[in-house]
Every structure is written in C-alpha cells, then in structure tokens.
Design a protein around this ligand. Structure first.
Ligand code: PHE
Length: 450
C-alpha cells in the first residue's frame, strides 16, 4: 500500500519551511542550554568556539542533511537506503531515530519545568505560595510527569495535524512571538544598573579556558542547538520543494539559531549578575550554580525581586521558553513519526499517538529520576549527535559523493556550480567536518580511559 500524500505531507511555502526548521533549531538548547554553558565554561571563550562549531561544522552538515532529505523524500532510515545500496547507512538513520526518541524523552521533562514556572510566577504574585512551591519543585516526580504529559499531548496534537496544517502553521505564529518577547526583555535588562558585569563576562574572552572539554561541550551544544546529527533535518528536507535553495535556507536557519542563542546569553548573563546584586546566590563554592538551577532558580529569584513587572517578565520568559521547546519537540517527534509512516505505513495520527505514548513512558521514568538527564545528554546529545553528523559527512563525501549532492542543490540554486560554494562545501564535508568531529570525540574518549 502506498503512503498517501496527506500522511507524508509537504511544506506550503518557503517561509513556512524556514520557520519550521528554525523552530526546530531554536529551543531549550538556545535559551536554557547555551547561556548556562557559556556561564560555566569561561564566558566568551565558549561563545567563540561555539560560533566556530556552528558555522564551520554545523552549517555544512545542515546543508548535507537537507540535501539527503530532499533527494530521497524519505525519513532518515529510508533516505540512506534509497540513495545507496550500502547496508550500513540505514543503521545511521536508525541511530538518529533512537537519539531523537531519547532526546525527546528528557526534553519534555525540562520543557514541562519551564511551562510550570510560567504558572509559578502567577501563583507567587497572588501569594499562593503552596501552589507556587509545588510547581518549582523540579524533583517532584508526579508533578514532572503530569506536565511532561501535557507537553507530549500538545506535540502529538500538532504532529497529527500534518506538515503544513500542523507543524508549519504552529511555528509560523510561535517564532515571531518568541523573538519579540526575547528582544523586549533584553532591552529592559540592559538598561538596569549593574548589568554591565554580566556583559563583560559574556563578551570578553579568557582564552586560557579553552581545552578539550570546552571544545567537546561547544560541539555538542552546536549540534543539539542546530538540531543536527539525528535526521531531523533529513526529515524536514524530505518535505521540501525542489525549487528551494538549500544552502540559502540552511544559512538562514544557522544564523537565526546562533542569533537567538547569542541573544539568550545577552539576557541571561546580565540577569545573573543583577540577581546577584539583589542577593541571589549564583555561585556555590566558587562554582556557578549548576545548569538546571541557573535558569529555574536564579531567574525566578530575579523576577520575584522586581515587583509587578517581574511577574509579567517571568510569565513571558517561561512561556517563551515553552513555545521554543514546543517547536523543537515537534521536530523531534516528527522523525520517528515519518519513519513509521514511510516504513510501516501507519497513518500520521496513529503513528504520532503510538510513538508519543511510547516516549512518554521514558519521560515519566525521567520525571521521577531527573538525574538521568545528565547521562542522556552525554550519550545521545554530546556523543550521539556529532557521531551522527560524522557519519552523514562520510556518507555524502565518500559514498553518495558530493557531486551528486551539488546536482540535487542545483534544482533550487541555478548557477551553483559557478560559485565558491561548490569548491568549499565538498572540502568541508569530506575533510574538515569529519576530522574535527573525530578529533573532538577522540580527545574525550581518550580522556575517559587514559
Ligand atoms: N535544537 C533543539 C534545541 O535547541 C533541540 C533539538 C535537537 C531538536 C535535535 C531537534 C533535534 O533545543
């Protein structure tokens, strides 16, 4: 039985696709992950390495993923199978699907925390301390599980709506809203006296802090934030029209993602120091408070110290974080759903409901044992995604061949062969990206065992 076109779907417009891909990229990784990593990894030193990883490694891999997706019109497993007869690469696609499933399982829990905090701000302002404290308890398994389920339900609902009516429509409204809220908050924070300490910390690099761990963290962060290495963009590319210019779209998505991460840093680093000036503890034993606590403890403390305007900002900030997370959970769930639609011929609604429920079981487990998140991040994010990116580069560079990929891009980019892109991109995909990823992973594995 052939899969019906409605179940597979396609983007309605170029803008819709770009916003959906940018929506996938912009998420907890930018607003929760990036500022924390910057703060605990030497400020601007991390920022610089992260920018290099995003543009020099992430962007070429993004072009690669979108091209594989559009050429094959398939989910990550089917895509490798349809382009090459090599039996190994569909397993790379499957690894991507597994990483997606595992990342989504902890992602919904953190997204649930953010969503809960939006209401916490309201209860706090109303003096309902009991309800507010319940929502802020990130170790409360029952609460975590309830909110994670709500989040998963919303994701399943949007995915069931289809590619253009579900994903595209939802992200088209959410993305501009998100950018608007972020900019307003930055302007406010930057005008507060005392914010300059945070800005200095963020923008003045201390190069002595660059080491193997920092590069590993920046690489993992870049892959996670750009949604690379697990086939999310192979999947989104599979719904893409032949008319679209892939390198241009990828450049736009990379720039948007990096800009939002940069802006989030500009909001959170100064906020940390403002919070400190207001008596909030941001360092413990000379170390910055750990990641979950940073956004979920320090910022609410800052909002609470700001009076009524703090409530407005608090609600806006956590709703923004939830919206950003939702446009990412959509893309995380879309990967296994597209796999099920293509390979097992399930209808979209059934695939979304069944896979969503399966992943929710893992989310509930994580809700009760949130410390599992750190292990999931190391295995499926920091190691899994760059490894997937490495394999994608090897596939394009040495199996499918970059000439064929350029031919695919030429449909939406007439004259591509006369541009510098045709010389530079293959060089990066064949040599620079795989070598940089291998070197980084190798250094870390070596450090673990020797
Ligand atoms: N890019 C998303 C974020 O920054 C997370 C994500 C990773 C989404 C991988 C899809 C695939 O939060």
């Amino acid at each position: 039985m052939a899969v019906s076109t409605t179940d597979r779907g396609s983007w309605n417009s170029k803008l819709g696709f770009i916003l959906a891909a940018a929506g996938s990229a912009v998420g907890l990784g930018n607003i929760w992950g990036f500022p924390t990593q910057v703060a605990s990894n030497g400020g601007a030193a991390f920022l610089i390495i992260y920018l290099l990883c995003s543009f020099l490694i992430g962007f070429p891999v993004m072009v690669a993923e979108l091209t594989i997706g559009r050429n094959s019109g398939k989910n990550p497993v089917g895509a490798f199978r349809s382009i090459s007869s090599n039996k190994f690469f569909p397993l790379v696609g499957l690894w991507g699907v597994i990483c997606g499933v595992m990342i989504l399982s902890f992602y919904t829990v953190i997204a649930g925390w953010a969503f809960g905090y939006a209401f916490e701000e309201i209860f706090f302002a109303m003096g309902m301390d009991g309800a507010a404290n319940w929502l802020t308890d990130t170790g409360n398994g029952v609460k975590n599980a309830i909110i994670a389920s709500v989040f998963m339900l919303a994701t399943v609902k949007i995915i069931s709506g289809g590619v253009s009516d579900g994903i595209e429509k939802a992200t088209k409204t959410m993305m501009p809203l998100l950018i608007g809220i972020l900019v307003i908050m930055i302007v406010y924070v930057l005008f507060q006296p005392g914010s300059s300490v945070g800005i200095r910390e963020y923008l003045l690099p201390d190069f002595s802090k660059i080491n193997a761990e920092l590069i590993f963290a920046a690489m993992g962060q870049a892959f996670f934030s750009l949604s690379l290495g697990m086939g999310a963009l192979i999947t989104y590319g599979s719904y893409l029209n032949k008319k679209e210019n892939i390198p241009q779209a990828a450049a736009f998505v990379t720039l948007t993602d990096v800009t939002i991460a940069f802006l989030a840093g500009l909001l959170i680093l100064p906020s940390m120091y403002l919070a400190q000036a207001n008596g909030v503890e941001i360092f413990q034993d000379g170390q910055l408070v750990e990641s979950t606590t940073l956004v979920f403890d320090v910022l609410p403390a800052l909002f609470h110290s700001m009076g009524a305007i703090g409530t407005v900002f608090g609600v806006a900030f956590f709703l923004l974080l939830s919206l950003a997370a939702l446009t990412s959970t959509i893309s995380l769930l879309e990967v296994p759903v597209s796999y099920a639609i293509d390979e097992f011929e399930l209808t979209r609604g059934k695939a979304a409901a069944r896979i969503g429920s399966g992943i929710l079981v893992i989310s509930i487990l994580i809700s009760f044992f949130p410390s599992l998140i750190d292990y999931f991040i190391i295995i499926f994010n920091n190691i899994g995604l760059p490894l997937g990116g490495f394999m994608i580069c090897v596939f394009i560079g040495y199996f499918w061949k970059t000439e064929n990929a350029i031919n695919e891009m030429e449909y939406g980019f007439a004259g591509i062969k006369q541009t510098l892109f045709t010389t530079v991109w293959p060089f990066f995909v064949k040599f620079i990206c795989p070598a940089a990823i291998l070197y980084t992973l190798g250094q870390i594995l070596y450090g673990l065992f020797f």
